[in-house]
Design a protein. Structure first.
Length: 201
């Protein structure tokens, strides 16, 4: 009986441990490939109706981030360590590199860090406030401490559990963008041939 009680107490104490940044990074780094659907809503100051979009995303640790908006119009973004590629409708791809647009490339680097909870990049650019919401749910509020991010955003808020579930961007112009991720999948743990082609430009 004592052994059973001890085991239950151990489980209870283990479950009560607060989520840490180290744990979040370990959690995300153990997911080599994550696929998800997204909805995005942007509330722009002066506009009565928010702008809404939706689509699918794919993030692979060895490839980067593939972001495909399907509505209200087709738009694809590919972010990796070297470049950002944007394809709109059937137009030729637009490629941004660190040399051609350093500020945009820095933001590209930041986006990948957000999706992968890259602690090093986040700590270099933000004051971090992590809140354990219980049941392995968490909220991480990022307050910019470097330029130009501090000129663009008041805060960036991440929330989730096993996976990143949402990002809220509160910018200096009074606009707010909310991204909700759903239907996250990590199997299979390697990219299919079709998925690999999405990163080829």
């Amino acid at each position: 009986m004592k052994k059973i009680l001890f085991a239950l107490l151990t489980l209870a104490c283990g479950g009560a441990q607060a989520v840490t940044l180290e744990e979040l990074q370990q959690r995300f780094s153990s997911q080599p490939v994550v696929r998800a659907d997204f909805t995005q809503q942007r509330e722009i100051k002066g506009m009565t109706r928010p702008l809404k979009s939706s689509g699918a995303m794919l993030i692979a640790q060895d490839k980067g981030l593939w972001w495909h908006q399907s509505a209200p119009f087709p738009l694809t973004l590919v972010l990796d360590d070297r470049r950002m590629v944007q394809v709109m409708n059937d137009q030729p791809p637009q490629v941004v590199t660190a040399d051609s647009n350093p500020q945009m490339f820095q933001f590209n680097h930041l986006l990948r860090a957000l999706f992968q909870a890259d602690r090093k990049v986040l700590e270099q650019n933000f004051a971090l406030n992590l809140t354990d919401l219980g049941n392995q749910q968490w909220r991480l509020v990022l307050t910019p401490i470097t330029s130009p991010l501090d000129k663009l955003f008041n805060t960036i808020t991440l929330n989730g559990g096993e996976f990143l579930a949402g990002i809220a961007l509160d910018d200096r112009q009074g606009d707010r963008t909310t991204i909700v991720l759903s239907n996250q999948r990590i199997a299979p743990r390697v990219l299919s041939d079709d998925e690999k082609k999405r990163f080829d430009f």
